[in-house]
Design a protein around this ligand. Structure first.
Ligand SMILES: [Zn+2]
Length: 244
């Protein structure tokens, strides 16, 4: 490699730092995308929707259980009513005194049982009422939550689209710049970057490595500053590519 090339815009190490800057930018964009406030807002609404659905399912099961009990009681009360009516018809036809006595006794006893059933029906209906009220309240909240979720979801999509557009642009720059790097240098950098928290190459700043921020011993510093053109030097402390 000639001297002019080593210090010019085509210097692979200077180019590598440009790639590194784009990679950091892309990492930041990905982080911002994960941490979007719009995403948190949507997640909160979705968690509430799940909560509402679970609570409603529990209430519906209890209401259905009581509803079945109510139907049972109504059917029993109807059966008593029919038997009472049958006895009363026979009473109207008259008959022997003892027979009439026995029939009216039975009719009274059936009527007593029927009243007990009706009292129980009322109790069950009173238990069902607050369940229905809460279900209606939850259903109203669920439907307004549906609207809020749609809005939050649109807001998230909008915020993501902005970050995505920026990421597409930066990724384009990154691949254009990376195309100008020797393949082995790029591969080494990518490997280091993956292993070392997103930073594979750093500049030497005031005698310290820009990656691990440790001061280099003077001998090491000299080695980096006077590296031959095209020579790749690594930080002794962290192993990153060091660029003077
Ligand atoms: Zn270092």
């Amino acid at each position: 490699m000639e001297d002019g090339e080593a210090t010019g815009p085509q210097d692979p190490l200077a180019l590598l730092l440009e790639v590194q800057a784009r990679d950091l930018h892309l990492d930041q964009l990905a982080y911002r995308r994960r941490e979007l406030g719009e995403r948190r807002a949507l997640e909160t609404l979705e968690a509430r929707a799940v909560e509402l659905e679970e609570r409603s399912a529990g209430l519906r099961a209890e209401r259905d259980r009581l509803g079945a009990r109510l139907s049972e009681l109504e059917a029993q009360a109807d059966a008593y009513r029919s038997r009472i009516e049958a006895i009363e018809r026979r009473l109207r036809e008259g008959g022997a005194y003892r027979e009439v006595q026995a029939m009216s006794g039975e009719s009274e006893s059936l009527a007593r049982h029927r009243r007990q059933l009706e009292d129980e029906e009322l109790e069950v209906m009173e238990q069902i009422e607050p369940l229905e009220e809460e279900l209606a309240t939850l259903s109203a909240e669920a439907s307004s939550l549906g609207g809020a979720r749609a809005e939050a979801s649109a807001a998230l999509a909008g915020a993501e689209a902005v970050l995505e557009a920026e990421a597409t642009e930066v990724a384009g720059e990154r691949s254009r710049l990376a195309a100008g790097l020797p393949a082995d240098l790029l591969a080494t950098y990518d490997r280091l970057r993956q292993r070392l928290g997103g930073i594979g190459a750093a500049r030497l700043v005031d005698g310290a490595c820009g990656g691990c921020h440790l001061k280099l011993p003077s001998g090491e510093r000299e080695r980096v500053l006077h590296a031959a053109a095209g020579e790749v030097v690594f930080c002794d402390q962290c192993g990153r590519i060091l660029v003077a």
